[in-house]
Design a protein around this ligand. Sequence first.
Ligand code: GLU
Length: 296
Amino acid sequence: MTSPIHCGRFAPSPTGPLHAGSLLAAFASWLSVRHQGGRWLLRVEDVDPPRTVPGAAQSQLALLRHMGLHPDGPVLWQSQREDAYQHALDALVASGQAFACHCSRSELAASGGIHHRCVARHSRPDPAIRLRVAPASVVSFGDTLRGPQQQDVHAEVGDFVLRRADGCWAYQMAVVVDDAAQGITEVVRGADLLDSTARQILLQRALGLPTPTYGHLPLLLGADGRKLSKSEAAQPVDEGDPMAVLRQLWQLLGQPAAALAGAATHADLLQRAAAAFDRSRVPLHDISSRQAHSSP
Ligand code: GLU
């Protein structure tokens, strides 16, 4: 029996240019999988047309190329994955694990905001489809960076949306189907998605799909030490010298500058970084973009 090839990914939503926090996640996912000799793939999460900015995906991919972060296979575009999501949804509906929900936002808000049973007074032509989450659906997993995590999805989230009333696929549905389709065995991403992980694991179980490992990176704070504001988060990364940018990200990830000090070329720097990456050094608290200049 052969074990699956170790495979990581970076999956940006094309809602604007890549900001420093996203590039940090891209580099960390690349480092983690490359350190283990695995493959790294890219996926454009353009599943939400109202939020997709024309040209943003192309500029994100161009920046990753400029940084020397090249995928080991074709880029997967979620906008072309309709059939796969529909197939998965049909299976869940057929087995009674998913159901059409006519509840409006205000009806749900009036009943506590968490969906445990339908409270709709009228049926609508465009119901959302939700996953049924049974009582005491407690999901535990070991975060590769943060250690043991646990969430009671029934109590804290309730039945969650797989396809929205506007017909768009929910992020949770698309990400689970595509992580499996791309053979992803390791996810490394920002801590803002830690809260989604238990839902994704439940959905994998409902669909009979494997669960990758998950590691959640610290969030990058603005120079003032506060969470990146919307406008700061929208700032594109300075596309200048990729080696300088990578050295800075390296230090934000808690890695010693000395490991890359002797790198003469961009390729050499990436190779040294992949070899020396130590995930136990990645900080768990949010990090300020200022710290890059003061790290040893
Ligand atoms: N598309 C998501 C984002 O840009 C990331 C999804 C993921 O890594 O699971 O925030």
